[in-house]
Design a protein around this ligand. Structure first.
Ligand SMILES: Cc1cc2nc3c(=O)[nH]c(=O)nc-3n(C[C@H](O)[C@H](O)[C@H](O)COP(=O)(O)O)c2cc1C
Length: 453
């Protein structure tokens, strides 16, 4: 028997804090509401499942200064999404709210409010946030090692779900939770929202991240594509059974960009042109300086890579992933070998390193590539990341979406009103019961009782 054809899901990401995205001459403001509303409404016109905002609660710095190669600054997401709720009708609205620096009661209140304001379209991307450097903005520098962040995140989600589930037919019931990270006692202030709780999204791909996703997430925003994406897909889907969940209960959606052309050759030329425009000579040097930890401004961006090694003492506090000198040296050695093999100068190398893996081709070709990847179980859909805002999704919606619809793999109309409904996922009461049972059994303790008048 042949496999049933899978329907694709689509999310649109507002591109922010990206190194190159604002360099496109078509780019508008990253803070004007018109930018957000144009992109969200375009995605809704294309019948996307959800519009997603990422969140990096610290500005990109370079050599201890605000980076001047990109655009700095980003608005608070739940506020933006609440405003978007009034100019959209059907598309889901998802906020990234990290579980490391927030508190469950406050996050649950704001997310439940968005679910009310949007009529059940709220999503919550539960991230753990990569670093202590960000934590300095929260007076928590050095706060929580990697594995503990996931324990806090699991308990955070459980507590939030307890709060969301604490309103019964007679109003708010009293809750009590005591665990390793939280002691919460009281009554939740927001009445039950249309979805009961937001669609839960996860982004992070370590062992703990995958396990956390298998236990709690309904959608995963992944960065893995190609063969690595297929391995990720089967690995995460396999983990679900342990939590009594079916493979279709989590939608795996890698982030992708796209470059279109009238012919495939045109599209390839556009890709080269856009990449050259995005990576200025200044950005190319800046990119290397992050890893080298040295001033490389004397080097010719069109010339070969610096022969000096990275400064082993310069642990750049603004790029914690690169804090280890041995990691930086290994990376430089890899780049040198690659540049030598392909005969690349500095700027050309950086163009290759920052190109990502966009789908490139005619709209029909891009639709075909996306669909092939979904049907071969590399993904359940995609987080489409436009190369600029606000107009960067226009061509995709006008040209690629109809191709997907013609192939019968993407909706032509919304059939539901809630975000969870767009994904065809089970109602949360079932998850809620499990969260309550799990919490009661291990992470903490739950006592609920009817509120005294
Ligand atoms: C695709 C993707 C998107 C992410 N987006 C955010 C984000 O918007 N804000 C944030 O603080 N962390 C974000 N993260 C970081 C994760 O929350 C996590 O802290 C990080 O990936 C380390 O966890 P891991 O080792 O499990 O991947 C993202 C991670 C991935 C893979």
């Amino acid at each position: 028997m042949s496999k049933p054809v899978k329907q694709m899901h689509l999310a649109a990401l507002f591109p922010v804090n990206h190194l190159t995205v604002w360099r496109d001459p078509r780019a508008g403001s990253q803070v004007e509401f018109a930018s957000y509303s144009h992109l969200a409404r375009t995605a809704e016109r294309g019948k996307f499942d959800v519009f997603l905002l990422a969140d990096f609660p610290r500005l990109v710095e370079h050599r201890a200064e605000i980076s001047d190669v990109g655009v700095a600054g980003q608005l608070d997401q739940i506020t933006v999404l609440s405003a978007l709720a009034s100019v959209t009708n059907r598309i889901g609205l998802a906020a990234t709210v990290n579980a490391t620096f927030n508190e469950p009661f406050d996050a649950a209140r704001r997310l439940a409010t968005l679910d009310h304001l949007s009529g059940g379209r709220c999503g919550w991307n539960v991230v753990t946030t990569p670093d202590a450097w960000t934590g300095e903005n929260f007076r928590r520098g050095g706060y929580l090692p990697h594995a503990d962040r996931y324990l806090r995140a699991a308990e955070f989600v459980d507590v939030a779900r307890i709060l969301w589930g604490s309103w019964g037919s007679h109003g708010a019931t009293r809750f009590h939770h005591e665990g390793a990270h939280f002691r919460v006692d009281g009554r939740f202030t927001v009445p039950t929202s249309p979805q009961v709780y937001p669609l839960t999204i996860q982004a992070g791909d370590s062992e703990q991240g995958r396990e956390f996703a298998a236990a709690t997430a309904e959608m995963i925003y992944s960065r893995r594509l190609g063969l690595a994406g297929q391995a990720f897909y089967s690995d995460v889907k396999r983990r679900l059974a342990r939590y009594g969940r079916a493979p279709e209960h989590v939608k795996i959606m890698p982030g992708v960009s796209f470059i279109l052309g009238d012919t495939d050759e045109d599209a390839r030329e556009n890709a080269e042109l856009m990449q050259r425009q995005a990576v200025s000579p200044q950005l190319a040097i800046w990119y290397l300086e992050r890893t080298w930890g040295r001033d490389l401004s004397a080097y010719d961006p069109d010339g070969p890579l610096p022969d000096v090694d990275p400064d082993p003492e310069a642990a750049p506090p603004d790029w914690p992933g690169l804090a280890d000198a041995a990691v930086r040296l290994r990376r430089v050695q890899k780049w040198r070998a690659f540049a030598a093999e392909q005969n690349l100068g500095i700027r050309e190398l950086v163009m290759k390193l920052t190109a990502g893996r966009p789908f490139i081709g005619t709209p029909a070709r891009v639709a075909e590539q996306m669909n092939d990847y979904v049907q071969s179980d590399g993904a359940d859909g995609f987080v489409v990341v436009p190369r600029f805002a606000p107009g960067g999704l226009d061509d995709f919606v006008d040209q690629v979406v109809p191709e997907l619809q013609n192939r019968g793999v993407f909706r032509t109309e919304y059939t539901d009103h809630t975000l969870r409904g767009h994904f065809g996922l089970p109602a949360p009461s079932e998850h809620l019961q499990k969260a309550l049972r799990r919490t009661a059994a291990g992470v903490g303790s739950v006592r609920t009782g009817a509120a005294k008048p």
